[in-house]
Design a binder for this molecule. Structure first.
Ligand code: C5P
Length: 238
């Protein structure tokens, strides 16, 4: 079991490309995120392979459905042996509680995380779907609801991580994408934070894609970011 705080996003269209990258990594230094694209193409067999190679897998399928269906999906994810799974907080309290119960009664207990507001949505998008308030206000409200419903934590952007940590306290697991080391390409990310700042602001886990997956030497890129994270977590021993 790794102690790494880095979750590498395997955003690939096929298993071969994903496995090429995975071959250059080690479960000692990172965890892996399988999202909708790779899962839809490569399926549970891909997850099985990663788990059998010793990786902690975050199955990022953002379940959002009636409570019974989400509970069954969470049981299926737990049976796959994943380390983390997520659901949409907008599915509501009953749906999240059903997910919690399903994970608690499963053969294996992945961390159960909520998605609050997708960062692709702005205030105008929220008004269009009938949600008053800013994205920030909605994130804080939904993070509180996720905690009350028994979830282990939420995904949040670097902009919100400090306030979610403050309002929800220690022990609530915060997973943060939008991470870019100093000087790295932004790609399509706009509001980013360095790994060290995200950790200092309260993130537990960092989801990182292209700064590692598109690097010439992904393992070196990973180890460099790992050193930055370690220094931010233990400033006195760095
Ligand atoms: O390559 P990059 O580091 O931008 O990848 C970030 C990963 O985190 C992608 O899988 C992306 O879908 C995911 N993500 C994100 N922003 C969010 C939620 C998830 O970038 N708000």
């Amino acid at each position: 079991m790794t102690s790494s705080r880095i979750i590498i996003a395997l955003d690939y269209a096929d298993a071969a490309q994903a496995l090429d990258l995975v071959g250059a990594l080690s479960p000692q230094y990172c965890r892996l995120k399988v999202g909708k694209e790779l899962f839809t193409r490569a399926g549970p067999a891909m997850v099985d392979k990663l788990v059998s190679e010793g990786f902690d897998v975050f199955l990022d399928l953002k379940f959002h459905d009636i409570a019974h269906t989400v509970a069954q999906a969470c049981t299926a994810a737990a049976d796959l042996g994943v380390w983390m799974v997520n659901v949409h907080a907008l599915g509501g309290r009953k749906m999240m509680e059903a997910a919690r119960e399903a994970i608690d009664s499963a053969s294996h207990h992945p961390r159960l995380i909520g998605v609050t507001v997708l960062t692709s949505l702005d205030g105008q998008d929220l008004r269009e779907i009938g949600l008053p308030g800013t994205p920030y206000e909605n994130v804080l409200r939904l993070a509180a609801l996720a905690k009350k419903s028994g979830l282990d934590g939420v995904v949040c952007s670097p902009q919100e991580v400090e306030d979610v940590r403050q309002t929800q306290g220690a022990g609530f697991c915060l997973v943060t994408p939008g991470i870019r080391p100093q000087g790295a390409q932004l790609n399509d990310q706009r509001r980013v934070m360095t790994p060290a700042d995200a950790i200092r602001n309260g993130a537990d886990y960092l989801v990182i894609g292209r700064p590692i997956t598109a690097a010439e030497d992904p393992l070196s890129a990973l180890l460099e970011i790992q050193a930055e994270v370690d220094a931010a977590r233990n400033p006195t021993t760095a």
